[in-house]
Design a protein around this ligand. Structure first.
Ligand code: G3P
Length: 221
């Protein structure tokens, strides 16, 4: 099975506005050349901009578990979908939610047919997240996020432990890993540890040439 790569643009300046479109084009090109799905998660305000200009899977960085109505300031599943997203991240370490909020977000996203990736910080939260039935959990030790030190090398046990924990709970849920991933060898190691792909950001978004960085990322698959 080909891996899934999800590139989170966070609020990096390089991945904002037209920068998001440029990086999305690189995802599309490298995805087509390699046959590997490379999705992108821009900021809310850039979802429509990216999705309407580039044929690439777009994810929201967050989604609130609210419906239509009186919910000022919330990101609502139908609006995210109508903007062109096909999925959403939920509960990133940089945007943490309570368990009940995570469940509400998963339910709201599924109600609109959006794919769901619950981000987690360790094996225990990965197991709890898997019980909510998302499409994916993405385990990312917070101390390695943005560090340039790949989780697949620095903490392989959190990946293998997460894969084992999820298998015991729901075999339909797939495991991604992330934090510090940037090179082909990091992705290869992540796959060898049992994950089906990676969630990553700085190693690509802040690279001098994001397209070349993506080409390196997929080079050993
Ligand atoms: O969502 C991806 C993430 O938190 C990992 O970030 O910069 O370590 O690839 P980074």
């Amino acid at each position: 099975m080909k891996p899934l790569i999800v590139l989170n643009l966070k609020t990096y300046l390089e991945g904002t506005g037209e920068g998001a479109v440029r990086i999305a084009r690189a995802c599309k090109e490298v995805g087509e050349e390699s046959g590997i799905e490379i999705a992108i998660a821009p900021q809310f305000c850039d979802i429509y901009r990216v999705a309407s200009q580039v044929d690439v899977p777009v994810y929201s960085q967050h989604l609130d578990g609210v419906g239509a109505g009186s919910f000022t300031g919330h990101a609502f599943a139908k609006c995210i979908k109508d903007a062109g997203a096909v999925g959403t991240l939920i509960n990133h370490s940089e945007c943490r939610l309570k368990l009940a909020d995570i469940e509400a977000s998963v339910t709201a996203a599924k109600g609109e047919g959006l794919r769901t990736i619950i981000c987690t910080n360790n094996i225990a939260t990965t197991a709890a997240a898997a019980a909510l039935g998302p499409d994916y959990v993405a385990v990312e030790p917070p101390e390695l996020i943005g560090s340039g030190i790949p989780v697949s090398k620095a903490d392989p046990e959190v990946v293998t432990g997460s894969v084992a924990a999820v298998e015991r709970i729901d075999t339909a849920v797939k495991v991604l890993c992330g934090a510090g991933i940037s090179k082909g060898e990091d992705l290869k190691a992540a796959i060898e540890l049992g994950s089906v792909g990676v969630l990553l950001a700085s190693g690509i978004v802040k690279a001098k040439d994001p397209k070349a960085a993506l080409e390196d990322l997929v080079s050993l698959i």
